[in-house]
Design a protein around this ligand. Structure first.
Ligand code: GLU
Length: 468
């Protein structure tokens, strides 16, 4: 059997964390089995679907690196095919026209509610033989007896009696097909072998199985993935913070860190927390997906992001850092290689936004000194310390971290000061703040020209500030 999975988002908003996790599981399963991953855009709800949402889904999938093998297919381009199947179901007596009015159906529902029954269509038009000329919806003739058995790869066996299911509308009165029909036709035509999706669709599954059976189509395997909850136990939504995948990019997360977080959200392999993509592919099994919902934990995601920033190849991190530098308006041509910035800053940066913001001064002049740092470190006499260092630095033939470091250490001796009294004024002078990577690393990255110019600027500043 060729393994085919699909991700079938409705383009009515951005790609959110829940959707991305479903996509990841489908993608991993296809990769693991050497199968095919299909992307299908379920855009039949013309009022709510937008091109902006389609683009947002592509952006999210691209950024995460979840490449599809087939598609994207658009359901709006397949209306003729759905029509053909609806006609086939009508012809073979598995569907019928229904002219029950809204009022009639509302009344029925009220009555059922009053009798404490499950609201469902009573099948009034089922044998009325209404011809297609009428302004009518089309309903699927659900089997009356027997039951549907779903062997769900995550949830186990689920049995639903057919008497619980009513005759589902498969085409609206304007002729457009409904969700359950389009999904069935697509899964059948595209040869989907494994339907991996959120468990909010589980009620649709027995209905879809019945339609597939009526079409004599092979049944796919189903795997319904549990929901993601916020910390308060409610379904994860915007009020829990960022839920859009691209917002995580904007906030400085690495896509690999988010993928790693998502894979662990509802799936586990022992107590291992960190998985490379290759490991995920090798180890992922649907049977290890949790049956119950999982809770989104932003602190853990942040921790993972830091792990990835520290432990990924600096070239990889630099590639993503470049995006943030551009986004923050920093031209990185005139300064150190971003790879070196990553090496210098990764221990102290939990996000790439932080890393970028803490690295501006390597590329452009800062506007003002951090007030507290200047107050503390630019006291009278600090200008002399800086002047001494500057004279020594200027003598260097090679701008080299080790030599720069030695000069700072020598200055501590010669001036009989504590290291902090030498290194801190220097740090504030060259970076504008009291925080930077190790002083020798900072000096080496900044380079001779910028360092010396900034030291002059600081000396002037200190003189001016302490004038009596
Ligand atoms: N289009 C549906 C959704 O976005 C998914 C349908 C499916 O996976 O079967 O919720």
């Amino acid at each position: 059997m060729t393994i085919k999975t699909r991700f079938a988002p409705s383009p009515t908003g951005y790609l959110h964390v829940g959707g991305a996790r479903t996509a990841l599981f489908s993608w991993l399963y296809a990769r693991k089995q050497g199968g095919e991953f299909i992307l299908r855009i379920e855009d039949t709800d013309l009022e709510r679907s937008t091109q902006a949402s389609v683009d947002a889904i592509f952006d999210g999938m691209n950024w995460l690196g979840l490449a599809h093998d087939t598609g994207p297919f658009y359901q709006t381009q397949r209306f003729d095919r759905y029509q053909e199947i609806i006609q086939q179901l009508l012809d073979q007596g598995d569907a019928y026209h229904c002219t029950c009015s809204r009022e009639e159906l509302d009344q029925l529902r009220e009555q059922q509610k009053a009798n404490k029954e499950k609201p469902r269509y009573n099948g009034k038009c089922r044998s009325a033989n209404i011809s297609s000329e009428h302004e009518a919806v089309i309903r699927f003739k659900n089997p009356v007896g027997g039951e549907v058995i779903i062997s769900d790869l995550v949830k186990g066996t689920i049995t639903v009696a057919n008497k619980e299911l009513d005759d589902l509308i498969i085409a609206r009165s304007d002729g457009t097909p409904t969700y359950n029909l389009t999904v069935v036709v697509d899964d059948m035509d595209m040869g989907v072998s494994h339907v991996i999706r959120g468990d909010d669709h589980i009620n649709n599954t027995p209905r879809q199985i019945n339609i597939l059976k009526a079409l004599q189509a092979p049944l796919p395997y189903y795997a319904h993935v549990p929901m993601i909850l916020g910390s308060d136990g409610a379904r994860l939504s915007k009020r829990h913070g960022a839920v859009s995948v691209m917002q995580y990019r904007d906030e400085g997360y690495l896509p690999d860190a988010l993928l790693n977080y998502l894979v662990r959200l509802g799936w586990s392999h022992g107590d291992q927390e960190i998985f490379s993509i290759d490991e995920m592919i090798a180890l992922f099994e649907l049977k290890d997906v949790n049956v119950s919902a999982s809770t989104f934990n932003p602190e853990k995601l942040l921790w993972l992001n830091h792990q990835y920033i520290m432990n990924s190849k600096p070239e990889h991190v630099a590639h993503h850092l470049q995006w943030h530098m551009d986004h923050q308006g920093i031209d990185c041509h005139n300064g150190p290689e971003l790879v070196d910035i990553v090496k210098a800053q990764r221990e102290r940066s939990k996000t790439l936004v932080e890393m970028a913001a803490a690295s501006h001064y390597f590329y452009q002049e800062f506007e003002a000194y951090d007030e507290k740092a200047a107050k503390k470190n630019f006291k009278q006499g600090a200008d002399d310390v800086l002047q001494h260092l500057m004279d020594e630095f200027s003598k260097l033939e090679q701008w080299d971290g080790e030599k720069l470091h030695q000069i700072v250490l020598d200055a501590v001796e010669v001036l009989a000061l504590k290291l902090g009294k030498v290194a801190q004024p220097l740090r504030v002078a060259i970076s504008g703040s009291g925080v930077s990577p190790a002083i020798d690393v900072t000096l080496a990255l900044l380079g001779r020209e910028k360092t010396l110019a900034r030291m002059s600027r600081a000396i002037e500043f200190i003189k001016e500030k302490n004038k009596v």
